[in-house]
Design a protein around this ligand. Structure first.
Ligand SMILES: [Cu+2]
Length: 154
């Protein structure tokens, strides 16, 4: 009885040893190769996805536009020719309606109440040059320049 059980255990043990030896090394190399190949394939994908659309968050407060976290009212915004940009406008002026319009490109968000936000998807033209962005109801106070520069400079 005891002898039989002992014999039965032996082959299993040997199989495990072999797996941890040469077979284990081959498996390890394979796993590493698959990981490297996956990285090579996935890395450019994630990078290009991030580069495809750039988010620019603007806030409207005290009757001016600001880049989120910025202190310069109605800042000049530099965009690269041909790039994809998503403007996000948040209205932080309670009780005052604001929007964001780039009239030269015929783009305009809805009018926003305080605390609301909207997005404006922009395909920047390939030609460098300047545009004006405004808040339509307050175009006298809330207006700035969009600079379109060639290539990737921005
Ligand atoms: Cu406004």
């Amino acid at each position: 009885m005891v002898g039989r059980q002992h014999r039965r255990l032996q082959p299993g043990r040997r199989r495990i040893r072999r797996w941890q030896g040469a077979g284990g090394a081959v498996a390890g190399v394979l796993v590493a190769a698959v990981a490297v190949v996956s990285l090579v394939i996935l890395l450019p994908l994630s990078v290009s996805t991030r580069a495809a659309v750039r988010n620019i968050t603007l806030v409207a407060r005290d009757m001016a536009f600001y880049v989120e976290g910025g202190t310069v009212p109605n800042p000049t915004i530099r965009l690269a020719a041909g790039e994809e940009v998503r403007f996000v406008l948040r209205n932080l002026d309670p009780g005052i309606t604001h929007n964001l319009a780039i009239e030269g490109w015929e783009l305009e968000t809805a009018y926003l109440d305080g605390d609301a936000s909207a997005t404006l998807r922009v395909h920047v033209p390939d030609q460098p040059g300047n545009q004006t962005y405004v808040c339509v109801p307050h175009r006298g106070m809330m207006r700035g320049v969009i600079e379109v520069v060639a290539g990737n400079r921005r």
